[in-house]
Design a protein around this ligand. Structure first.
Ligand code: ZN
Length: 88
């Protein structure tokens, strides 16, 4: 898949947190379906003015437990490094 967007355009778009169409600068666009793949996610977005279509790409940056979770739920994971000083 070829990408016609210049690097500067992308940087401007990312800096503004995707508040405009990267093709024409129009703030009216709509998000389509989300595709989740491993630790990343992309969403198809289309401009309502110039009919430009692009993908917003997201990366997994954090994980937060639901407030209902008890610390007891944090079980040892097999391939995890043993904590220093812990019993083996
Ligand atoms: Zn546009």
């Amino acid at each position: 898949m070829s990408d016609v967007l210049p690097k500067e355009r992308k940087e401007k778009y990312i800096k503004s947190q995707g508040d405009h169409c990267p093709f024409c600068g129009n703030p009216d666009f709509e998000g389509g379906s989300l595709t989740v793949e491993g630790g990343s996610c992309s969403q198809e977005v289309s401009c309502l003015k110039c009919e430009g279509v692009w993908w917003d790409c997201y990366t997994l940056t954090d994980v937060v437990a639901d407030s209902s979770m008890d610390p007891e739920n944090v079980k040892p994971i097999k391939d995890e490094e043993p904590s220093p000083g812990g019993t083996t």
